[in-house]
Design a protein around this ligand. Structure first.
Ligand code: F6P
Length: 574
């Protein structure tokens, strides 16, 4: 199995740069970010970079310019050039499954990045055309159900990468929704998920898209069977002579496993393709993005691809000191490997991007949560990062307390759309545009206030004075003031976009995908497999029969705690 993207010479330089960074970290533990601004007059300019109108300001990172430069030296020797070429050239980067990693080819309008990939380009275009046909028929009302009524509701059934990416994009682009079509998502095997969704729908006007690259995922297949039972259980459907034709009108699939999808009962003509060279968590750009296209239309789906392609071009061609994915990657490496901070929060000040953190959690943690390098040898440092977050301002009334006063450091990526698209929504006119603008001004000022509070904090003197100004006695003020102290010096970056539209959402997601790729190169990981999720799946398939009345839990060699819990579950359901 191939080892590293680094040549032995690069490896040497890389290790040297790593050692220098360790020293810089030791020497900068007590530095204050605010002092960097004084000592480095060009800091703001040097720590700002952009890709079209998407702008990254990382001047409030907990690193001097010297550290930043040293991180870029590390990156220069990381083998990134070779790795990037290998990825965009279609090499088998996923070396444990012998698969290429070509999600970038899905959003490439300018033809293949390497010769030999022409077939892939034409397959991608053919799949996009197939998506277009589905979407056109849906939007025109021509796609009718078993009783001739037009489809109004699309239920996407899928989990992990076959759910999270499409869901966040659909939610983000609500102002672009087709007025008559409503897309719903079902992921969890908890029956509540599908029942909650089906409760309000009518079988005559609902189309199901079963989304599964492998078509073997337990949760998805179970939900798809439940959907089919719901559909076939409708008296009007049950009374039909030709249920096969009815199923054809109401069930389609996206999968790379055509055989399995057909065996499940999906008509061959209703299966849109996926390929083994697209990882599940990177698949929203493929036909797995069909729910997005159903909701916002194909022209905007193509705009999403263009935004991502624009970021890929930037990633391939910009110098490292202005390269957004590269910069975000090394900022994360600094915190993770040199400052012992193993998490970061993604906090978009946009309700539609509320689930962005959930999507990037999968992309980051499933890609880089690894303990061995590409050649199977143990990793040389911490890998992966705990990703979490949610929409501002909600988090301010929940977890921001810990960010401001807790003992742990949480670097935050603030994502701020400068303009609101909510003003364009029909309801906004009725309420008054000024009122809706006011919401957005509040959103912006809250975002700016949070990052500033993280940076500057509040000293004991300030807290004391504040208490005295509020009319407290000196004793009272002295007692309360320590509780009001905010350490400050908490790092953050701010990413601004003009507004949330298909292009900027494409840019944002591609930026994080490439960030995660760069970190994988630095850690020398295969970021494109996910063997860690398999053991749980295997164990689940042996525990399930026990709950279905299977005999003896002893035969399975369960640990005592699991055995006891199995017995309790059996007793509760007997
Ligand atoms: O269990 C993890 C995983 O394999 C993810 O990588 C993937 O996105 C998800 O399951 C769904 O897989 P599929 O699309 O094959 O149903």
């Amino acid at each position: 199995m191939d080892s590293s993207f680094r040549t032995p010479e690069q490896d040497q330089q890389f290790n040297k740069a790593w050692e220098v960074l360790k020293q810089l970290a030791d020497n900068s533990q007590s530095d204050r970010i605010l002092d960097y601004f004084d000592a480095e007059p060009d800091r703001l300019e040097k720590m700002t970079a952009s890709c079209a109108d998407l702008r990254l300001d990382y001047s409030r990172s907990a690193m001097s310019l010297k550290v930043r430069d040293q991180l870029l030296t590390l990156l220069e020797h990381s083998g990134l050039d070779t790795a990037r070429k290998a990825m965009f050239g279609g090499e088998l980067l996923n070396n444990t499954e012998q698969r290429a990693v070509l999600h970038a080819a899905l959003r490439r309008s300018a033809g293949p990045t390497a010769s030999g990939l022409e077939d892939i380009s034409s397959e991608v275009e053919a799949a996009l055309n197939k998506m277009s046909k589905v979407v056109e028929r849906l939007h025109s009302g021509e796609w009718t159900g078993h009783d001739g009524q037009s489809i109004t509701d699309v239920v996407s059934i899928g989990i992990g990468g076959s759910f999270l990416g499409p869901e966040v994009v659909v939610e983000a682009l609500r102002p672009d929704w087709h007025p008559r079509i409503r897309v719903h998502f079902v992921a969890n095997v908890d029956a509540a998920d599908i029942l909650n969704t089906l409760e309000d729908l009518s079988p005559s006007t609902t189309l199901f898209i079963v989304q599964s690259k492998s078509f073997t995922t337990q949760e998805t297949l179970t939900n798809a069977l439940t959907a089919r039972a719901w559909f076939l259980g409708d008296p009007a459907v049950a009374a039909l002579d030709d249920t096969a034709e009815a199923l054809r009108r109401h069930f389609i699939a996206v999968s790379s496993n055509v055989e399995k999808a057909q065996a499940f009962g999906i008509d061959a003509g209703n299966i849109l393709p996926m390929w083994d060279w697209v990882g599940g968590r990177y698949s929203l750009w493929s036909a797995i993005g069909l729910p997005i296209a159903c909701q916002i239309g194909m022209p905007l789906f193509r705009k999403l691809l263009q935004g991502a392609e624009h970021m890929d071009e930037h990633f391939l061609t910009s110098p490292l000191e202005k390269n957004l994915p590269a910069l975000l990657a090394v900022i994360g490496i600094w915190y993770n490997n040199f400052r012992n901070i193993g998490n970061y929060a993604i906090i978009p000040y946009d309700q539609g991007l509320n689930d962005l953190a959930a999507h990037l959690q999968q992309v980051d943690m499933e890609s880089n949560g690894k303990s061995v390098q590409r050649d199977g040898k143990p990793v040389f440092s911490q890998t992966g990062t705990i990703v979490w977050g949610g929409a501002g301002t909600n988090g301010q009334h929940a977890y921001h307390q810990l960010i401001h006063q807790g003992t742990r450091v949480v670097p935050v990526d603030f994502i701020l759309p400068l303009r609101s698209r909510q003003v364009g929504r029909p309801l906004a006119e009725r309420i008054g545009i000024e009122q809706i603008q006011k919401h957005h001004r509040m959103l912006i000022s809250n975002c700016l206030a949070q990052s500033q509070a993280m940076l500057t904090g509040k000293s004991l003197d300030q807290a004391l004075q504040e208490c005295l100004d509020a009319g407290m006695s000196k004793t009272e003020a002295t007692q309360l003031a320590p509780h009001k102290v905010i350490q400050g010096n908490k790092p953050s970056t701010t990413i601004t976009i003009p507004e949330v539209d298909a292009f900027t959402v494409g840019q944002l997601i591609a930026m994080y995908e490439q960030r995660i790729f760069v970190q994988g190169v630095i850690w020398n990981l295969n970021s494109f497999d996910q063997w860690g999720v398999e053991l749980g799946k295997q164990m689940c398939s042996s525990i399930l029969p026990l709950l279905e009345g299977g005999s003896d839990s002893g035969a399975l060699n369960l640990d005592p705690s699991t055995a006891q819990l199995v017995d309790a579950a059996r007793a509760a359901n007997s």
